[in-house]
Design a protein around this ligand. Structure first.
Ligand code: GLN
Length: 226
């Protein structure tokens, strides 16, 4: 499978290693490409959106024209795993005008809700579909404070729906799919799935446990050309 790691900023090498490890465990090889320019995303079967600094990541994605390619990838039903800053960029609203969100997940996030770097922590987390807790690493992590409902598709409702602009205020790409909360911390969602997109507040790429990658990619992935 061709796995694209969005590499404009953030923990890129950790994501590359994690998807290679996860694929190996499934007897597959992940051919990892680091994405810094437009033109490569359309060749990717799966995408990974790293943690880092969401203001920088969103600005660079827009500048390089990668933002629309990611939205097209999701619209085509291809999987994405977005972690921490990646989740913030994937949201519909980050409540911060410096982040131009991509509307991949119908959620509102609270950046740095857990506090500063020193408030980073690791905790065992119950994740739906996993039979034992996941070792979740939270680093200046966002919380998800609003989760959207599935909206009816335009043809079903008969109403005109506004086209998404990708500016953080549009209609999510996976409009007709509901957001499933996969895990909560202290009552608030920290892992969600909507259609082919999985977003986590924490960093599964920083542990050797591949089960979040399994949920994101190996239950759903269809490798092109096979
Ligand atoms: N708080 C960071 C942001 O707002 C995300 C931190 C992370 O990705 N570890 O972008």
């Amino acid at each position: 499978m061709q796995a694209g790691v969005i590499a404009v900023q953030g923990d890129v090498s950790e994501h590359a290693a994690a998807i290679e490890r996860a694929a190996r465990a499934h007897g597959e090889a992940a051919d990892v490409v680091e994405i810094r320019q437009s033109g490569t995303v359309p060749d990717c079967d799966v995408l990974l959106m790293p943690g880092g600094e969401s203001t920088a990541i969103s600005r660079l994605l827009r500048r390089e024209g990668i933002d629309e390619e990611i939205r097209d990838h999701v619209a085509a039903g291809k999987p994405v795993l977005a972690t921490c800053a990646g989740l913030i960029v994937a949201a519909t609203d980050a409540k911060d005008e410096r982040v131009e969100t991509l509307d991949l997940l119908d959620v509102t996030v609270d950046r740095n809700a857990f506090g500063r770097q020193k408030d980073s922590f690791e905790a065992p987390l119950d994740v739906s579909g996993l039979d034992s807790p996941f070792p979740a690493v939270f680093i200046r992590a966002p919380l998800i404070d609003e989760v959207g409902e599935a909206r009816s598709a335009p043809e079903a409702s008969g109403e005109e729906q506004p086209a998404s602009t990708g500016d953080g205020e549009g209609t999510p790409v996976n409009d007709g799919e509901s957001v499933e909360v996969l895990a909560r911390w202290d009552g608030d969602p920290v892992a969600v799935r909507q259609g082919p997109v999985v977003g986590t507040s924490f960093h599964p790429e920083l542990t050797s446990d591949s089960r979040i990658h399994d949920l994101a990619f190996f239950d759903t992935v269809e490798v092109s050309g096979q």
